[in-house]
Design a protein around this ligand. Structure first.
Ligand code: HAM
Length: 415
Protein backbone atom coordinates (compact mmCIF):
# COMPACT_ATOMS: atom_id res chain seq x y z
CA UNK A 1 0.00 0.00 0.00
CA UNK A 2 1.23 3.54 -0.72
CA UNK A 3 2.01 5.87 2.15
CA UNK A 4 -1.11 7.79 3.12
CA UNK A 5 -1.20 11.56 3.00
CA UNK A 6 -2.73 13.94 5.51
CA UNK A 7 -4.08 17.49 5.24
CA UNK A 8 -1.27 20.04 5.75
CA UNK A 9 -0.55 21.23 9.29
CA UNK A 10 -2.93 23.97 10.41
CA UNK A 11 -5.63 23.00 7.90
CA UNK A 12 -8.67 20.78 8.38
CA UNK A 13 -11.22 18.94 6.30
CA UNK A 14 -14.81 20.02 6.84
CA UNK A 15 -16.94 16.88 6.90
CA UNK A 16 -20.72 16.92 6.28
CA UNK A 17 -21.86 17.15 9.91
CA UNK A 18 -19.54 20.14 10.54
CA UNK A 19 -20.46 21.63 7.19
CA UNK A 20 -24.07 21.80 8.35
CA UNK A 21 -22.98 23.93 11.32
CA UNK A 22 -20.98 26.25 9.13
CA UNK A 23 -23.90 26.58 6.81
CA UNK A 24 -25.98 27.86 9.70
CA UNK A 25 -23.41 30.56 10.45
CA UNK A 26 -23.19 31.47 6.79
CA UNK A 27 -26.96 31.63 6.36
CA UNK A 28 -27.40 33.71 9.50
CA UNK A 29 -24.67 36.11 8.36
CA UNK A 30 -26.15 36.37 4.89
CA UNK A 31 -29.65 37.02 6.21
CA UNK A 32 -28.50 39.59 8.74
CA UNK A 33 -26.17 41.49 6.40
CA UNK A 34 -28.42 41.41 3.36
CA UNK A 35 -31.33 42.69 5.41
CA UNK A 36 -29.12 45.66 6.33
CA UNK A 37 -28.34 46.32 2.65
CA UNK A 38 -24.94 44.63 2.39
CA UNK A 39 -24.24 42.95 -0.96
CA UNK A 40 -21.93 40.00 -1.38
CA UNK A 41 -18.48 40.46 -2.86
CA UNK A 42 -15.89 37.76 -3.44
CA UNK A 43 -12.34 38.63 -4.34
CA UNK A 44 -9.66 36.19 -5.53
CA UNK A 45 -7.92 33.85 -3.09
CA UNK A 46 -4.58 35.38 -4.09
CA UNK A 47 -3.53 38.92 -4.83
CA UNK A 48 -0.38 40.88 -5.66
CA UNK A 49 1.85 40.71 -2.58
CA UNK A 50 2.19 44.49 -2.71
CA UNK A 51 -1.53 44.86 -1.88
CA UNK A 52 -0.88 43.49 1.58
CA UNK A 53 2.57 45.00 2.19
CA UNK A 54 1.12 48.41 1.31
CA UNK A 55 -2.40 47.94 2.69
CA UNK A 56 -1.87 45.90 5.86
CA UNK A 57 1.57 47.38 6.55
CA UNK A 58 5.12 46.13 5.94
CA UNK A 59 5.97 46.11 9.67
CA UNK A 60 2.99 44.01 10.79
CA UNK A 61 3.34 40.36 11.90
CA UNK A 62 0.99 39.35 9.10
CA UNK A 63 3.19 40.79 6.37
CA UNK A 64 6.53 40.11 8.06
CA UNK A 65 6.04 36.43 8.80
CA UNK A 66 2.59 35.03 8.11
CA UNK A 67 2.07 35.33 4.37
CA UNK A 68 2.08 32.50 1.88
CA UNK A 69 3.81 34.25 -1.00
CA UNK A 70 5.00 32.73 -4.24
CA UNK A 71 6.34 33.69 -7.61
CA UNK A 72 3.74 33.39 -10.37
CA UNK A 73 6.39 32.12 -12.79
CA UNK A 74 6.69 35.51 -14.48
CA UNK A 75 8.62 37.27 -11.75
CA UNK A 76 5.55 38.68 -9.99
CA UNK A 77 5.01 37.95 -6.31
CA UNK A 78 1.53 36.76 -5.36
CA UNK A 79 0.17 36.05 -1.87
CA UNK A 80 -2.67 33.90 -0.60
CA UNK A 81 -4.92 36.50 1.01
CA UNK A 82 -4.33 36.78 4.78
CA UNK A 83 -7.32 39.12 5.22
CA UNK A 84 -10.16 40.66 3.23
CA UNK A 85 -10.19 44.42 3.79
CA UNK A 86 -7.30 45.36 1.48
CA UNK A 87 -8.71 43.15 -1.34
CA UNK A 88 -12.18 44.70 -0.96
CA UNK A 89 -10.67 48.19 -1.13
CA UNK A 90 -8.63 47.14 -4.18
CA UNK A 91 -11.84 45.94 -5.87
CA UNK A 92 -13.64 49.16 -4.83
CA UNK A 93 -11.00 51.23 -6.63
CA UNK A 94 -10.68 48.86 -9.60
CA UNK A 95 -14.43 48.93 -10.31
CA UNK A 96 -14.90 52.65 -9.68
CA UNK A 97 -17.34 51.96 -6.85
CA UNK A 98 -16.78 55.48 -5.48
CA UNK A 99 -19.27 56.54 -8.16
CA UNK A 100 -22.00 54.54 -6.42
CA UNK A 101 -24.21 55.99 -3.70
CA UNK A 102 -22.28 56.00 -0.41
CA UNK A 103 -21.77 54.06 1.67
CA UNK A 104 -21.06 51.04 -0.51
CA UNK A 105 -21.87 48.11 1.78
CA UNK A 106 -20.23 44.78 1.04
CA UNK A 107 -19.81 41.43 2.78
CA UNK A 108 -17.78 38.32 2.08
CA UNK A 109 -17.52 34.72 3.15
CA UNK A 110 -14.41 32.83 2.26
CA UNK A 111 -11.14 31.29 3.32
CA UNK A 112 -7.99 33.14 4.32
CA UNK A 113 -4.42 32.01 4.90
CA UNK A 114 -1.84 32.85 7.53
CA UNK A 115 1.34 30.93 8.29
CA UNK A 116 0.76 31.07 12.06
CA UNK A 117 1.68 28.49 14.68
CA UNK A 118 -1.40 26.26 14.69
CA UNK A 119 -3.31 25.76 17.95
CA UNK A 120 -6.94 25.54 19.06
CA UNK A 121 -8.80 28.31 17.22
CA UNK A 122 -5.78 29.28 15.14
CA UNK A 123 -5.31 27.73 11.73
CA UNK A 124 -3.29 28.29 8.60
CA UNK A 125 -6.41 28.22 6.47
CA UNK A 126 -9.52 29.59 8.17
CA UNK A 127 -12.84 31.06 7.13
CA UNK A 128 -14.02 34.58 7.74
CA UNK A 129 -17.30 36.33 7.34
CA UNK A 130 -16.56 40.02 6.90
CA UNK A 131 -18.44 43.25 6.23
CA UNK A 132 -17.12 46.56 4.92
CA UNK A 133 -18.87 49.93 4.41
CA UNK A 134 -17.03 52.39 2.18
CA UNK A 135 -17.63 56.08 1.61
CA UNK A 136 -19.11 57.37 4.86
CA UNK A 137 -17.55 58.92 7.94
CA UNK A 138 -20.82 58.79 9.85
CA UNK A 139 -20.30 57.26 13.33
CA UNK A 140 -23.65 55.52 12.79
CA UNK A 141 -21.94 53.25 10.24
CA UNK A 142 -19.40 52.16 12.88
CA UNK A 143 -22.16 51.57 15.43
CA UNK A 144 -24.40 49.74 12.97
CA UNK A 145 -21.59 47.40 11.97
CA UNK A 146 -20.75 46.65 15.60
CA UNK A 147 -24.41 45.91 16.31
CA UNK A 148 -24.58 43.60 13.28
CA UNK A 149 -21.55 41.61 14.45
CA UNK A 150 -23.02 41.44 17.95
CA UNK A 151 -26.30 40.14 16.51
CA UNK A 152 -24.52 37.54 14.40
CA UNK A 153 -22.51 36.24 17.36
CA UNK A 154 -25.49 36.14 19.72
CA UNK A 155 -27.81 34.55 17.16
CA UNK A 156 -25.35 31.72 16.67
CA UNK A 157 -25.01 31.43 20.44
CA UNK A 158 -21.40 32.51 21.09
CA UNK A 159 -20.92 32.49 24.86
CA UNK A 160 -19.08 34.85 27.23
CA UNK A 161 -18.94 37.75 24.77
CA UNK A 162 -17.14 40.97 25.60
CA UNK A 163 -16.70 43.99 23.40
CA UNK A 164 -13.56 46.10 23.71
CA UNK A 165 -13.64 49.47 22.04
CA UNK A 166 -11.20 52.28 21.41
CA UNK A 167 -10.33 55.03 18.97
CA UNK A 168 -6.99 55.51 17.25
CA UNK A 169 -7.72 59.02 15.93
CA UNK A 170 -6.29 60.29 12.66
CA UNK A 171 -2.79 59.75 11.24
CA UNK A 172 -1.52 63.24 12.18
CA UNK A 173 -2.46 63.04 15.86
CA UNK A 174 -1.32 59.45 15.95
CA UNK A 175 2.08 60.41 14.60
CA UNK A 176 2.50 63.06 17.32
CA UNK A 177 1.43 60.54 19.90
CA UNK A 178 3.77 57.98 18.39
CA UNK A 179 6.76 60.30 18.89
CA UNK A 180 5.73 60.79 22.51
CA UNK A 181 5.40 57.04 23.02
CA UNK A 182 8.75 56.30 21.35
CA UNK A 183 10.43 58.82 23.68
CA UNK A 184 8.73 57.18 26.67
CA UNK A 185 9.78 53.68 25.56
CA UNK A 186 13.36 54.82 24.97
CA UNK A 187 13.48 56.34 28.44
CA UNK A 188 12.38 52.97 29.91
CA UNK A 189 14.04 50.64 27.42
CA UNK A 190 16.11 48.78 30.04
CA UNK A 191 12.87 47.40 31.51
CA UNK A 192 11.33 46.35 28.21
CA UNK A 193 11.48 42.86 26.71
CA UNK A 194 13.96 42.34 23.90
CA UNK A 195 11.21 41.95 21.29
CA UNK A 196 9.59 45.24 22.32
CA UNK A 197 12.97 47.00 22.44
CA UNK A 198 13.66 45.71 18.95
CA UNK A 199 10.58 47.40 17.49
CA UNK A 200 10.40 50.66 19.43
CA UNK A 201 10.93 52.61 16.23
CA UNK A 202 9.08 50.31 13.91
CA UNK A 203 5.91 49.60 15.83
CA UNK A 204 5.86 51.18 19.30
CA UNK A 205 2.11 50.62 19.78
CA UNK A 206 2.65 46.87 19.83
CA UNK A 207 4.39 47.34 23.21
CA UNK A 208 0.87 47.43 24.74
CA UNK A 209 0.39 43.88 23.43
CA UNK A 210 3.36 42.37 25.28
CA UNK A 211 2.91 39.54 27.79
CA UNK A 212 6.26 40.26 29.45
CA UNK A 213 5.59 41.30 33.11
CA UNK A 214 8.24 44.02 33.28
CA UNK A 215 7.10 45.48 29.93
CA UNK A 216 3.51 45.41 31.15
CA UNK A 217 4.51 47.39 34.23
CA UNK A 218 6.19 50.05 32.11
CA UNK A 219 3.18 50.17 29.80
CA UNK A 220 0.75 50.67 32.68
CA UNK A 221 2.00 54.26 33.03
CA UNK A 222 2.69 54.89 29.35
CA UNK A 223 0.89 57.80 27.65
CA UNK A 224 -2.45 56.72 26.13
CA UNK A 225 -3.53 57.66 22.64
CA UNK A 226 -7.12 58.17 23.75
CA UNK A 227 -5.97 61.06 25.98
CA UNK A 228 -4.30 62.73 23.01
CA UNK A 229 -7.07 62.59 20.42
CA UNK A 230 -8.12 65.82 18.69
CA UNK A 231 -11.61 67.14 19.46
CA UNK A 232 -13.26 65.94 16.23
CA UNK A 233 -12.01 62.37 16.72
CA UNK A 234 -13.17 62.42 20.33
CA UNK A 235 -16.58 63.61 19.17
CA UNK A 236 -16.77 60.87 16.55
CA UNK A 237 -15.92 58.31 19.21
CA UNK A 238 -18.47 59.75 21.64
CA UNK A 239 -21.18 59.41 18.99
CA UNK A 240 -20.28 55.79 18.29
CA UNK A 241 -20.52 55.07 22.02
CA UNK A 242 -23.82 56.93 22.40
CA UNK A 243 -25.36 54.86 19.59
CA UNK A 244 -24.09 51.63 21.17
CA UNK A 245 -25.50 52.72 24.53
CA UNK A 246 -28.83 53.37 22.81
CA UNK A 247 -28.72 49.87 21.32
CA UNK A 248 -27.98 48.44 24.80
CA UNK A 249 -24.68 46.94 23.66
CA UNK A 250 -22.24 46.87 26.56
CA UNK A 251 -18.54 47.46 25.98
CA UNK A 252 -15.34 48.31 27.78
CA UNK A 253 -13.16 51.16 26.61
CA UNK A 254 -9.72 49.66 26.23
CA UNK A 255 -7.08 52.28 25.57
CA UNK A 256 -4.49 49.56 25.01
CA UNK A 257 -6.41 47.95 22.17
CA UNK A 258 -3.98 47.57 19.29
CA UNK A 259 -4.93 45.74 16.17
CA UNK A 260 -2.36 43.78 14.20
CA UNK A 261 -3.04 45.72 10.98
CA UNK A 262 -1.75 49.22 10.19
CA UNK A 263 -4.71 50.63 8.27
CA UNK A 264 -6.91 51.52 11.23
CA UNK A 265 -8.02 55.06 12.07
CA UNK A 266 -10.57 56.21 14.66
CA UNK A 267 -12.87 53.39 15.89
CA UNK A 268 -11.33 49.96 16.60
CA UNK A 269 -13.09 47.07 18.34
CA UNK A 270 -12.77 43.41 19.23
CA UNK A 271 -15.29 40.87 20.46
CA UNK A 272 -13.68 38.27 22.67
CA UNK A 273 -15.34 35.15 24.01
CA UNK A 274 -14.51 33.66 27.40
CA UNK A 275 -15.45 30.34 25.84
CA UNK A 276 -12.47 30.44 23.50
CA UNK A 277 -9.00 29.66 24.87
CA UNK A 278 -7.03 32.57 26.29
CA UNK A 279 -4.33 34.50 24.43
CA UNK A 280 -4.72 35.84 20.92
CA UNK A 281 -7.28 33.18 20.02
CA UNK A 282 -9.97 34.58 22.32
CA UNK A 283 -10.91 37.16 19.69
CA UNK A 284 -13.96 35.95 17.84
CA UNK A 285 -14.41 38.96 15.59
CA UNK A 286 -12.79 42.36 15.18
CA UNK A 287 -12.54 45.44 13.03
CA UNK A 288 -12.55 49.18 12.83
CA UNK A 289 -12.29 52.23 10.63
CA UNK A 290 -9.68 52.61 7.90
CA UNK A 291 -10.23 56.09 6.48
CA UNK A 292 -6.91 56.20 4.59
CA UNK A 293 -6.77 52.73 3.04
CA UNK A 294 -8.58 53.32 -0.25
CA UNK A 295 -6.36 56.33 -0.99
CA UNK A 296 -3.26 54.33 -0.03
CA UNK A 297 -4.32 51.80 -2.67
CA UNK A 298 -4.59 54.42 -5.40
CA UNK A 299 -8.24 55.44 -5.04
CA UNK A 300 -9.82 58.76 -4.11
CA UNK A 301 -9.89 59.72 -0.39
CA UNK A 302 -12.61 57.42 0.96
CA UNK A 303 -13.50 56.59 4.55
CA UNK A 304 -14.25 52.97 5.39
CA UNK A 305 -15.16 50.75 8.31
CA UNK A 306 -15.71 47.04 8.74
CA UNK A 307 -15.07 43.81 10.60
CA UNK A 308 -14.31 40.17 10.10
CA UNK A 309 -15.07 37.16 12.24
CA UNK A 310 -13.54 33.68 12.10
CA UNK A 311 -16.18 31.05 11.39
CA UNK A 312 -14.23 28.30 13.22
CA UNK A 313 -13.95 30.57 16.26
CA UNK A 314 -17.67 31.40 16.18
CA UNK A 315 -18.39 27.66 16.21
CA UNK A 316 -15.98 26.96 19.08
CA UNK A 317 -17.38 29.87 21.11
CA UNK A 318 -20.94 28.67 20.57
CA UNK A 319 -20.14 25.03 21.47
CA UNK A 320 -21.88 24.04 18.29
CA UNK A 321 -22.44 20.31 18.09
CA UNK A 322 -22.55 18.25 14.96
CA UNK A 323 -26.04 18.06 13.53
CA UNK A 324 -27.57 14.98 11.93
CA UNK A 325 -28.79 15.58 8.38
CA UNK A 326 -32.56 15.70 7.85
CA UNK A 327 -33.88 12.20 6.93
CA UNK A 328 -35.11 11.50 3.40
CA UNK A 329 -38.87 11.60 2.75
CA UNK A 330 -38.56 8.64 0.43
CA UNK A 331 -36.16 5.77 -0.05
CA UNK A 332 -36.30 4.14 -3.48
CA UNK A 333 -35.60 0.41 -3.23
CA UNK A 334 -35.42 -2.08 -6.08
CA UNK A 335 -34.38 -5.60 -6.80
CA UNK A 336 -32.61 -5.11 -10.12
CA UNK A 337 -35.08 -2.71 -11.81
CA UNK A 338 -32.39 -0.01 -11.82
CA UNK A 339 -33.67 2.13 -14.68
CA UNK A 340 -37.25 2.19 -13.36
CA UNK A 341 -36.03 3.01 -9.82
CA UNK A 342 -33.75 5.71 -11.22
CA UNK A 343 -36.73 7.31 -13.00
CA UNK A 344 -38.91 7.16 -9.86
CA UNK A 345 -36.19 8.86 -7.79
CA UNK A 346 -35.69 11.65 -10.33
CA UNK A 347 -39.41 12.26 -10.67
CA UNK A 348 -39.98 12.39 -6.90
CA UNK A 349 -37.00 14.73 -6.46
CA UNK A 350 -38.28 17.00 -9.23
CA UNK A 351 -41.54 17.21 -7.27
CA UNK A 352 -39.58 18.63 -4.33
CA UNK A 353 -39.16 15.55 -2.14
CA UNK A 354 -35.96 14.55 -0.33
CA UNK A 355 -35.17 11.26 -2.02
CA UNK A 356 -32.42 8.68 -1.72
CA UNK A 357 -31.99 5.93 -4.27
CA UNK A 358 -30.53 2.52 -3.49
CA UNK A 359 -26.94 2.67 -4.77
CA UNK A 360 -25.13 0.15 -2.59
CA UNK A 361 -26.04 -3.16 -4.27
CA UNK A 362 -27.93 -4.37 -1.17
CA UNK A 363 -30.49 -7.17 -1.03
CA UNK A 364 -34.11 -6.00 -0.62
CA UNK A 365 -33.90 -6.94 3.06
CA UNK A 366 -30.70 -4.93 3.38
CA UNK A 367 -32.39 -2.01 1.65
CA UNK A 368 -35.25 -1.97 4.17
CA UNK A 369 -32.71 -1.97 6.96
CA UNK A 370 -30.84 0.87 5.33
CA UNK A 371 -34.07 2.90 4.90
CA UNK A 372 -34.66 2.38 8.62
CA UNK A 373 -31.12 3.52 9.45
CA UNK A 374 -31.67 6.68 7.40
CA UNK A 375 -35.05 7.11 9.05
CA UNK A 376 -36.78 7.56 5.70
CA UNK A 377 -40.52 7.96 6.21
CA UNK A 378 -41.52 6.12 3.00
CA UNK A 379 -39.95 3.35 0.96
CA UNK A 380 -40.87 2.88 -2.71
CA UNK A 381 -40.24 -0.66 -3.89
CA UNK A 382 -39.74 -0.54 -7.64
CA UNK A 383 -40.13 -3.63 -9.83
CA UNK A 384 -40.06 -3.86 -13.62
CA UNK A 385 -43.88 -3.69 -13.73
CA UNK A 386 -44.94 -2.76 -10.21
CA UNK A 387 -44.51 0.07 -7.78
CA UNK A 388 -45.47 -0.19 -4.14
CA UNK A 389 -45.17 2.36 -1.37
CA UNK A 390 -44.49 1.43 2.21
CA UNK A 391 -45.24 3.93 4.99
CA UNK A 392 -42.72 3.15 7.71
CA UNK A 393 -44.70 5.15 10.29
CA UNK A 394 -47.92 3.09 9.94
CA UNK A 395 -46.36 -0.10 8.57
CA UNK A 396 -48.83 -0.14 5.66
CA UNK A 397 -47.92 -0.92 2.08
CA UNK A 398 -49.96 -0.34 -1.07
CA UNK A 399 -49.57 -0.58 -4.82
CA UNK A 400 -49.51 2.86 -6.40
CA UNK A 401 -49.04 4.40 -9.84
CA UNK A 402 -46.12 6.74 -10.44
CA UNK A 403 -48.63 9.63 -10.59
CA UNK A 404 -50.03 8.75 -7.16
CA UNK A 405 -46.71 8.20 -5.44
CA UNK A 406 -45.67 11.83 -4.91
CA UNK A 407 -49.14 12.85 -3.65
CA UNK A 408 -49.15 10.01 -1.10
CA UNK A 409 -45.71 10.89 0.23
CA UNK A 410 -46.51 14.61 0.41
CA UNK A 411 -49.75 13.97 2.29
CA UNK A 412 -47.94 11.54 4.58
CA UNK A 413 -45.11 13.87 5.57
CA UNK A 414 -47.53 16.78 6.04
CA UNK A 415 -49.72 14.82 8.46
P1 HAM B 1 -8.17 40.13 12.16
O1 HAM B 1 -8.34 40.57 13.57
O2 HAM B 1 -6.80 39.85 11.69
O3 HAM B 1 -8.85 41.26 11.28
O4 HAM B 1 -9.04 38.84 11.90
C1 HAM B 1 -10.44 38.85 12.14
C2 HAM B 1 -10.90 37.54 12.72
O5 HAM B 1 -10.49 36.44 11.90
C3 HAM B 1 -10.29 37.20 14.07
O6 HAM B 1 -10.99 37.86 15.11
C4 HAM B 1 -10.49 35.70 14.13
O7 HAM B 1 -11.81 35.39 14.50
C5 HAM B 1 -10.28 35.30 12.69
N1 HAM B 1 -8.89 34.82 12.50
C6 HAM B 1 -7.79 35.55 12.23
N2 HAM B 1 -6.69 34.76 12.11
C7 HAM B 1 -7.12 33.49 12.30
C8 HAM B 1 -6.48 32.19 12.30
N3 HAM B 1 -5.18 32.06 12.04
N4 HAM B 1 -7.25 31.10 12.54
C9 HAM B 1 -8.58 31.22 12.78
N5 HAM B 1 -9.23 32.40 12.78
C10 HAM B 1 -8.52 33.53 12.54
C11 HAM B 1 -8.96 41.23 9.92
O8 HAM B 1 -8.73 40.27 9.23
C12 HAM B 1 -9.51 42.51 9.35
N6 HAM B 1 -9.55 42.38 7.87
C13 HAM B 1 -10.87 42.80 9.91
C14 HAM B 1 -11.47 44.06 9.37
C15 HAM B 1 -12.41 44.14 8.40
N7 HAM B 1 -11.16 45.28 9.73
C16 HAM B 1 -11.87 46.15 9.02
N8 HAM B 1 -12.62 45.47 8.20
Amino acid sequence: MSRKLNAPRGTADVLPDQAALRQRVEETARELLESAGYGRIETPAFEATELFSRGVGAATDIVEKEMYSFDDGGGRSLTLRPEGTAPVCRAYVEHGMHKLAAPVKLYYLGSFFRAERPQAGRYRQFWQVGAEALGSEDPAVDAELIVLLHQLLTRIGAGGLRLRLSSLGNPASRSEYRDELVAYLRAHSNRLSEVVQGRIEQNPLRAFDSDDPSTREVMASAPRLLDRLPAEDLEHFAEVRALLDGAAISYEIDTTLVRGLDYYTRTVFEFTSDDLGGGGQSTVGAGGRYDGLVELLGGPPTPGVGWASGIERILIASHAEAVAPAPPDLYVAHDGATAAAFAVALEARAAGLRVELELGGRSLKGQFKHAERLNARFVAVVGEETLSLRDRASGTERLVSLDELVGHVKRGIAS
